[in-house]
Design a protein around this ligand. Sequence first.
Ligand SMILES: *Cc1c(COP(=O)(O)O)cnc(C)c1O
Length: 494
Amino acid sequence: MKYLSTRNSKIRVEASEAILKGLSDDGGLFVPEEMPTLRKSLKELATMNYRETAYEVMSLFLTDYTKEELTACIDAAYDEKFETPDIAGLHKADGAWFLELWHGKTIAFKDMALSILPHLLTAAAKKNHIKDEIVILTATSGDTGKAALAGFADVPGTRIIVFYPKDGVSRVQELQMVTQKGDNTKVIAIKGNFDDAQNGVKEMFNDKELAAKLAARGFRFSSANSINIGRLVPQIVYYVWAYAKLLAKGEIKEGEKINITVPTGNFGNILAAYYAKQIGLPVDRLICASNDNRVLYDFFKTGTYDRNREFILTTSPSMDILISSNLERLIYHSAGNDSEKCAALMKELKETGKYTVTDDMRDRMKDFAGGCAVQSEVAEVIGRIFDKDGYTIDTHTAVGARVAEKYREETGDDKVTVIASTASPYKFSRAVVGAIQKRDAKNEDDFDLIRELQRVSGLPMPNAIKEIMEAEIRHDTVCEKSCMKKEVEKTLGL
Ligand SMILES: *Cc1c(COP(=O)(O)O)cnc(C)c1O
């Protein structure tokens, strides 16, 4: 199976090339040329473990990887790093099934894909006879940087350099990054905000002189960004796995349709659920849950995507996004896989900050429903599910839970619902403890709050948290935003 650019269907590459490149040269995203279908019946899938399910799903999409290559990647990724042998968890509360995607190394769902991406990438380099060492360059507002560091640490043939805004991440997030082990890792704080870090990284990717210097020393840049299909494909797996588990438990009948609700930012996770439906998983509605930054909610309601609005900082920061990059793939598919139409809309977005899709396109997006939950609702739902069911959820997952509830109330659709649970409550202890105890925990010490959360929730403290309480600080570089390139050159010895 080949991959095409969403902005030019004449650009056609193998899966491994798409993973190596990340983004197409024309700025488009790679999409599968045609959708495969599941080879195994749902009953057969219900007998498989996570790794076997991963092979079934990923081998449909990554067809130029051999069975040995793909199995090696899967085995290296989904092992004891995860604090549950099932890799993902499934917990019933508030009338829905929470699909816990946060049992990995950094206790956020990004681990599900970033645990395997480094292996897919190094295998791709080998297949394509690339001898260069791959240098991952990332700007982060918190979660992605740590998950990428943990994924790439000590993976032979790779280096990783992460930039974060010095005063723009939480204390826990900063500690998670600056204590990162691995001889191939480097973490740098910059005096600036996330946009400065992001722009600095983009400039380096486009810097021809730097590229030549890198090539001369046997390096090449690559990206661990969520638009890489090497991140998207592994995310399809857990939706198939969740359905199969529900079937195995006797909670649903074979072929019974379920709804899936996903707390959404960049539109990657929910797009994976859409792809799961396309390959034959019995899914009815895909419910896209937004926080106060409700640009996607408005889009599904009106057909107009408009990023010209105030950016709101919320208690679910990983969803504070006004440009959802992966939506471009849905735009392409709903335009009937028409790359010219898609390119025109993306041009409009770049020039005016908005675009409107046609009625035909909206018709093809009928699988999606949009919903939103503001911060007060998030706190309320965390408290209520804790009081009623003794189950603790984080702020992002709570956006999903509230939206799933509203959808049920408004439509009367009471199909079995899976909610993607995207982070451990320990990652956002301040807001979670505040919500459970119905008070303002704004000025309290992070570690006091973590211990308080452990006391009230009874949830075992994850290794990721224990580690930062004890680990030594290994990265202390702070630089001006104008010095990012110098730091990269220094790190790589250029
Ligand atoms: C990244 C992230 C999201 C948003 O996922 P997208 O794929 O960007 O839509 C939601 N919750 C958490 C905790 C995240 O880290």
